[in-house]
Ligand binder design. Structure first.
Ligand code: PRX
Length: 636
């Protein structure tokens, strides 16, 4: 199949993907890529055991497809443009050929350090070219990369390193974030105190921050690279060999290490990049995400490079040196496709219009959004002020687990409807389920969003815990993948994502598990119990509200709130800090001992009225006391 060019193509492709997925995916996969050996079966699926295989028997290396394959046709084309945190610093542009050599060199460095196929390598790095190079260097030698977002705390980093048993860590002396320097190496050092598996830590010099190098363990990136060959044969991988692990928060317990595999992920990220953004040769594509999240993996690194695009990497933040930075970058590089998150859009919409007016934004052709539902006001601002009414907005719904974009307009091809992710990509079959667990067949409907048919880039397991994978995604609705999101469908079959239906809260586009935050708060020696919920926030989408029950006879001290904030920062990271705290006398529980969070969510949003039926609670009277602690009057 070639690129979808109009709505007739779309509907034809959609039918083909639904009726004959083998033919549909087999055709796309054989058309685009370099395979070292062909598959004998396009896919097999066992929903009960959650075993899915794509392009079985095929062999490949994804970096040969991102790099080597392009050398003859676009070796001198820019593959990556890196824009530093400080606009005065020189950007770096790497052609496909240069990137190829840098990746090969780092791959050789990793091999020299003893890394090989199947080893796990943790990357805890700023948004610098070395991060993208390291991702690809791991893939080159068949090592499994586990990128940990550089905003996470040392505890979170240690947990992730230990969960995956990483043998090498790649980090940097520090990370520039606007006018601040984050001491990455210090944080990594603290983490490594709790990690026995890490033999070597490679340190990129970025901020020139003074650091301690641990003898025998820590080595400078630049020392390791001196004189190392710039050619490295790619490890031949089976289609189903793991490519990476990426952690995401869950409703309960610890973060889940989602495992993605080589063949299917490659096919789907390239396919979805091409179809959704309708990238044209020579265009500059910029996704503002961090490589530490799935959006960065799939749509800064793999998708664009597989397709042969020019992808941008931005080290800094939208507010430095001022809130006009994004728009200045758009003009500076004549960016054509710009992909960001609703939180950023809402924050940027609040700022002085002069910061936008000084940029022409003439080059923009396609705008994208991802990570959380976009509200109408933000959509319209993005459309009118940034897109000047000329650029289609692709509202892309997907997840760490799905690997690639699942529901989205195709830019300039399918229809838009503000706040709707609209239609599934061909090959993706979403359904809505009712409260009895049955598929809703009526066109106009609201329910829990599931996916009925396997797709190539679905996560294959949770690292080290396949049972949790089954329980989380395949047990609620047997025979379906359950997304954890709710959605509405309109007469045209367009989907609008209404938000999480589990205990995950999306704050500024980051997935946070409420249980994880509660566990952190509970570590405070004076806290007996806590409950955390999300509530609507005008910029962040959602914010976190924490209800704290103190140990008996202990009065909350004046520093308690700060201590709790510090605790959450230390244990998880600053992104998980609650916005509001309430000290409450107790928490209302159901007869099975569960906190009825629905009520807390309502109270946290400032509404104490119409709390619904609370008669099934063990201690309904406590609801009124909680309301009083918050200054709200309550009624059932
Ligand atoms: O609730 C959905 C929301 O983000 C969740 C997935 O988060 P994560 O795994 O971190 O991946 C984010 C980037 C793909 C989803 O379950 N979400 C993502 N995109 C959208 C969205 N909600 C509404 N509209 C979207 N476009």
């Amino acid at each position: 199949m070639t690129r979808i060019q109009n709505t007739v193509d779309y509907f034809e492709a959609y039918e083909a993907g639904k009726l004959n997925p083998e033919g549909f995916w087999g055709r796309y996969a054989s058309h685009e890529f370099t395979w070292r050996a062909p598959w004998h079966n396009v896919y097999s699926a066992d929903f009960e055991q959650a075993r899915f295989r794509w392009f079985e028997g095929a062999q490949l290396n994804i970096t040969e497809n991102c790099l080597d394959r392009h050398l003859h046709t676009r070796g001198d084309q820019i593959a990556v443009i890196w824009e530093p945190n400080d606009p005065i610093e020189e950007p770096i542009k790497l052609s496909y050929r240069e990137l190829y050599h840098r990746v090969c060199q780092t791959a050789n460095v990793l091999k020299r350090l003893g890394a090989s196929k199947g080893d796990r390598i943790c990357l805890y790095m700023p948004m610098i070219p070395e991060l993208l190079i390291s991702v690809l260097a791991c893939a080159r030698i068949g090592a499994i990369h586990s990128v940990v977002f550089a905003g996470f705390s040392s505890r979170s980093l240690a947990d992730r390193i230990n969960d995956a048993g990483c043998s090498i860590l790649i980090t940097a002396d520090g990370s520039f974030r606007g006018d601040k320097i984050v001491p990455l190496k210090d944080i990594a050092d603290q983490a490594l105190e709790a990690c026995n598996s890490v033999r070597k830590s490679i340190v990129v010099k970025r901020t020139e921050t003074e650091i301690q190098m641990v003898e025998g363990r820590d080595v400078w990136w630049h020392d390791l690279h001196t004189g190392v060959a710039e050619i490295c044969d790619a490890e031949v991988m089976d289609s189903e060999d793991p490519l990476f692990i990426l952690y995401t928060s869950g409703s309960t317990g610890r973060p889940k290490g989602m495992v993605h595999t080589c063949g299917g992920y490659m096919v789907y990220t390239c396919y979805s990049f091409e179809q959704v953004f309708q990238y044209r040769d020579g265009e500059i594509y910029w996704c503002t995400a961090d490589i530490g999240w799935i959006t960065g993996h799939s749509y800064i690194v793999y998708g664009p490079l597989l397709y042969g695009a020019t992808t941008m990497l931005f080290e800094g933040v939208p507010s430095y040196p001022d809130m006009g930075r994004f728009w200045q970058i758009v003009d500076k590089y004549e960016v054509n496709i710009f992909y960001t998150a609703p939180t950023a859009i809402r924050a940027l919409a609040q700022c002085d219009p002069k910061l936008i007016e000084r940029s022409s934004l003439r080059s923009l052709r396609v705008l994208g959004t991802v990570g959380e539902p976009i509200n109408l006001e933000a959509w319209e601002w993005y459309n009118d002020v940034i897109g000047k009414g000329q650029c289609p907005i692709v509202d892309t719904w997907w997840q760490t687990e799905t690997g690639g974009i699942m529901i989205s307009p195709l830019a300039g091809i399918t229809h838009l409807k503000p706040t709707f992710a609209t239609l599934p990509l061909p090959g993706i079959v979403p359904v809505l389920m009712d409260e009895h667990g049955n598929e809703i067949h009526e066109r106009i409907a609201e329910g829990k969003l599931c996916i009925k048919q396997p797709w190539p880039s679905m996560a294959r397991t949770i690292y080290g815990d396949h049972q949790r994978f089954i329980d989380t995604y395949f047990a609620h609705f047997p025979g379906y993948y359950f997304t954890g999101d709710g959605a509405r469908r309109d007469l045209d079959g367009f989907y609008r994502i209404t938000g999480r239906v589990d205990d995950v809260v999306i704050v500024s586009g980051h997935n946070l598990g409420t249980a994880e935050i509660e566990n952190a708060l509970d570590e405070h020696e004076q806290v007996a119990e806590s409950a955390v919920v999300g509530y609507p926030h005008p910029i962040k989408g959602n914010a976190i509200c924490a209800f704290i029950v103190m140990d008996s006879n202990i009065q909350a001290g004046s520093t308690l709130e700060q201590e709790l904030l510090d605790l959450v920062s230390t244990i998880i990271g600053p992104i998980a800090k609650p916005d509001k705290f309430y000290i409450v006398p107790g928490l209302h529980k159901t007869r099975s001992g569960k906190i009825m969070r629905r009520i807390l969510r309502k109270l946290a949003s400032g509404d104490g009225q119409d709390l619904g039926d609370i008669s099934t609670l063990l201690n309904p009277e406590i609801v009124e006391s909680i309301g009083q602690s918050m200054g709200l009057t309550t009624s059932a």
